[in-house]
Design a protein around this ligand. Structure first.
Ligand code: PLP
Length: 908
């Protein structure tokens, strides 16, 4: 679709298109020939198939306020500061002091079942007696370990042994130190033997992280920024013979080798279709290409046969091994290859200092012995226990059919694919947000580690797959433990019980957890009453919100109710850096006359104090990113809640976007507050015209507007500024006082009548300075002295903590707190029943509204006026140049009238 066509779509159509695009995220083989890395555009890191937080930008460690590298473990300080940071945040930063078989022990003696086993490099558990014994014998014998340019007998012995047990037809071996080095050797050998440069690999493969291995590893996450892929590397879809044939035919003399895993591990355990390998071998030979099978992970018993290609009944030209070959103690790899693949040039010129050292070869010999003794008993055990485990996993799948999408793999190389995207769509709160940010899989793995004491690996870059690869000696007890743990994990996920999954990140043990939580059913916009005929759709809106305090997290996710503020703060500190502006909660408002608008919230995971602590640039960039995200998701009206407005100077600091209206929401907030005060006056038999009104925060945008509106209505004003910066604040208040005078004078000049006794009545008739006028507007910053004089106190500041106490208020005073967080102390109502409390900044929406988290707790249809303003703009099409920054009384009044017509009213 062209960008022009795209532009012509309605926002709803664009959203539908995006949803469709997201649905197609799954693996899509193309029938095209190989996408050549040096010709085709590189795949973007944000590729929709991959939803992991690892795909995003890294976080600059220096920008973290609560992270001091010097306080970290030396590994984190010197070796891997960023990985260490991620492990800490995700609760994966365990230190193990002992290994016993399939279990690892921490310093407190807790045992963790190791179902990663270094992705297969720990075949016999963590204390492999037979391998140690082989090393001890070598020591006792005093055999030299490193003797280049002579005949290393251990290499010869090991090669002979390997070739004897490997698929028939393999004739030579070259030793290496790792899997990636085996791949390097294989590629060099193939190039040398064929005289060709091309290397064809499979999409989503993993072949190690040296430059060549990485070039054959088709994932932007591994390649980006490292100059990979180097020229000559291409990929075809995994398991797609037609694509392979087309790629080879398209460049008949180009490819030296086709590199393939029989089971792709890193991409989430994908097994090559049956018969694929044999046909691929035939195709390769037809085009003079060497088939390299990468059995670095699948080899040596892992899949229930000694080599995975045994089960396929083929012998590749080159077979790459590593991992398990060292028996869990020594680093060693090897390439086994056929006579046909042999090259004198390669033999002569390839090598590596440590490759094939005696100790590694002795360990490998002992490994082969362990795997092949008693008629390959251990390998048969892997096949049997793997089948049993797979059956148990399939049983779990029947219990959680919506969550468990697929079970894949062979032997003890298994993958459980979870449908976390669908789960997240059916949930709200923490789980949905963690999934949106690509963190849920990692939190699940962290839960398994910390609560269930099971180490399991996630697929790092592709989808949501739990990779299960315990040591080959894993027994039924370990499998049963694993299944029990997975059942509890799935149960918590299914119930939407974030508390169960993240409790450990707040330091809670399972025994200290509350009873299981289930997400209550949520109303959806579809439930927003019957749609009237003749309905008119307004502009879609978004409202940028942020956390007010830890209890906002409890509202956001009711499962977090049992946690105290300190615990929730601890949870938030772990995840804040990973959370981008988060869209949630589809909202809808329909008016009595059939106008309807829809929208959503975009949440910033920051408390007010955190937003204020950001530099101006950081804060504006953050809110801008939220606005951009809202617009990309189709919003035409974007409202700024609370501090997202304050840190952007009421939205003025934001970049204007064509066709998008941004509002601070302050106009209607001011209007609704004055309306509420007037209504309360009527209720209590008071007249505002007789009252002294104190406006706390009068120099701010809302305070300024309130001052103007009160100048029209009240007898006297006390304008109160910030006591922490008296000088500038008093200067600004003088201007506000002048504006009050100018405002009422201009209204009077246009014929507006004011109630007798009001400041406006007085000044409007005689707009010249006098002692009497001056006495009617007091400018101050000392609330102790001035607030007790006021009959009505209206407060609108950006103070983070409350500062208005009972002692500040005269008997029977009316109090209207527009600020969030509140400026009045929480227990004021109880302490002073004489006070007349007015809901500041709250309004009531039309009956048929779905307001989600915008709705005030236990107050049906009541929401903040700033949010209501956003919705009103969406419904009405009302626009003005004064919605951001300094407010304009005429706009405020007009908007107030529009709001009333649409059925909005000040909450009482
Ligand atoms: N090939 C495959 C299939 C692998 O799974 C791995 C490692 O996970 C490698 C190559 C790279 O091995 P190493 O990490 O020893 O370099």
């Amino acid at each position: 679709m062209s960008s022009l066509e795209l532009e012509q779509l309605t926002p709803a159509q664009k959203r539908a298109l995006l949803a469709e695009h997201l649905r197609k995220r799954t693996r899509i083989p193309t029938a095209d020939a190989a996408s050549s890395k040096d010709e085709a555009a590189p795949r973007q890191p944000g590729d929709e198939r991959r939803r992991s937080f690892l795909d995003g930008d890294t976080i600059a460690l220096a920008s973290l306020k609560d992270w001091n590298a010097q306080e970290q473990d030396p590994y984190v300080r010197y070796v891997a500061p960023y990985k260490g940071f991620l492990y800490q945040r995700l609760g994966l930063d365990k230190t193990f002091v002992r290994g016993e078989g399939c279990y690892l022990l921490d310093a407190d003696g807790n045992r963790y079942a190791d179902c990663i086993a270094q992705f297969g490099a720990v075949p016999f558990g963590h204390d492999p007696a037979a391998i140690w014994q082989a090393l001890e014998i070598a020591r006792r014998e005093g055999v030299p370990n490193l003797v280049i340019a002579s005949i290393p007998t251990a290499q010869g012995e090991l090669a002979e042994r390997l070739l004897a047990v490997a698929p028939p037809g393999l004739a030579h071996v070259v030793f290496t130190n790792s899997g990636a080095e085996s791949i390097e050797a294989a590629i060099k050998l193939a190039r040398c033997r064929t005289g060709r440069a091309g290397v064809l690999a499979a999409q989503d493969a993993f072949h190690g992280l040296t430059l060549a291995g990485m070039s054959a590893t088709d994932t932007a996450f591994f390649q980006r920024g490292f100059g990979a892929p180097v020229p000559g590397f291409s990929v075809v879809p995994f398991g797609d013979l037609a694509a392979l044939q087309a790629a080879l035919a398209a460049r008949p003399d180009f490819f030296a080798s086709f590199l393939i895993e029989i089971i792709q591990g890193e991409s989430g355990i994908h097994v090559a279709p049956s018969g694929y390998l044999g046909a691929a071998l035939e195709l390769c030979h037809r085009y003079g290409v060497l088939l390299v099978v990468d059995e670095v992970q699948t080899g040596l018993g892992r899949t229930g046969s000694l080599f995975a290609c045994e089960a396929e009944g083929i012998t590749p030209d080159i077979l790459a091994l590593a991992k398990a070959l060292g028996g869990g103690l020594m680093p060693i790899g090897a390439c086994l290859y056929t006579e046909n693949a042999y090259s004198e040039q390669f033999d002569l010129r390839h090598g590596s200092t440590f490759a094939g050292n005696t100790l590694a070869c002795r360990a490998a010999l002992a490994t082969i012995e362990e795997l092949t003794k008693e008629d390959r008993r251990l390998v048969h055990h892997v096949a049997a226990i793997g089948d049993r485990l797979q059956q148990q996993l399939r049983q779990l799948q029947t219990e959680y059919p919506q969550l468990v999408k697929e079970i894949r793999g062979r032997g003890l190389m298994l993958g459980v694919e979870l449908d976390l995207p669908s789960l997240a769509e059916s949930k709200t709160g923490m789980l949905a947000m963690l999934q949106h940010e690509g963190l849920l899989l990692y939190v699940a793995v962290s839960y398994l580690l910390n609560v269930e004491r099971i180490r399991i690996a996630p697929s790092f870059t592709h989808g949501a797959v739990l990779r299960i690869e315990p040591p080959l000696i894993a027994d039924a007890a370990l499998c049963d433990h694993l299944i029990g743990a997975l059942r509890r994990l799935f149960d918590a996920l299914q119930r939407g019980d974030a508390a169960e999954l993240v409790g450990h990140l707040m330091g809670r043990s399972r025994s200290a957890m509350s009873p299981p939580f289930s997400v209550p059913p949520q109303p959806t916009p579809a439930a927003a009453g019957p749609r009237r005929s003749g309905r008119r759709d307004g502009a879609r809106f978004a409202f940028i919100v942020h956390l007010l305090d830890p209890s906002s997290l409890r509202r956001f996710d009711p499962s977090l109710e049992p946690f105290n503020d300190a615990e929730l703060q601890a949870l938030k500190s772990r995840i804040t850096e990973f959370i981008k502006p988060y869209p949630f909660g589809e909202l809808a408002v329909e008016t009595a006359d059939g106008r309807r608008t829809e929208g959503e919230l975009i949440a910033l995971p920051h408390f007010p104090s955190e937003l204020l602590a950001l530099s101006e640039d950081e804060a504006v960039a953050l809110v801008q990113s939220a606005v951009d995200s809202a617009v990309e998701r189709g919003a035409e009206v974007v409202g700024l809640a609370g501090f997202s407005s304050i840190v952007t100077v009421g939205g003025l600091a934001l970049r204007a976007r064509e066709g998008v209206t941004v509002t601070s929401g302050n106009s209607y907030t001011s209007w609704a507050a004055v309306q509420a005060i007037e209504a309360a006056c009527v209720k209590h038999g008071m007249s505002l015209a007789d009252c002294t009104v104190a406006v706390v925060g009068a120099a701010g945008a809302i305070g300024h507007a309130l001052s103007l509106l009160c100048a029209e209505r009240a007898a006297e004003l006390i304008l109160i500024g910030n006591p922490d910066s008296v000088e500038p604040s008093i200067g600004r208040l003088r201007l506000v006082a002048e504006n009050c005078k100018r405002h009422v004078a201009s209204l009077a000049a246009r014929g507006r009548q004011f109630a007798p006794g009001t400041f406006a009545h007085h000044w409007g008739r005689r707009p010249t300075p006098s002692a009497d006028t001056d006495a009617r507007i007091t400018i101050a910053s000392d609330i102790d002295r001035h607030l007790p004089r006021a009959d009505v106190v209206v407060t609108a500041t950006n103070a983070v903590l409350p500062f208005i106490y009972a002692r500040h208020l005269r008997k029977g005073a009316m109090v209207c707190d527009v600020s969030r967080p509140f400026n009045i102390v929480p227990n004021l109502r109880d302490e002073r029943p004489d006070l007349r409390m007015v809901d500041g900044g709250l309004v009531r929406a039309p009956e048929t509204s779905v307001l989600g988290l915008l709705e005030e707790p236990n107050r049906r249809n009541v929401l903040l006026a700033c949010a209501a303003e956003t919705i009103i703009l969406g419904l009405s099409g009302f626009r003005s140049d004064h919605l951001c920054g300094r407010l304009d009384p005429a706009t405020i009044e007009d908007l107030g009238k529009v709001a009333a017509r649409l059925g909005f009213s000040a909450a009482s």
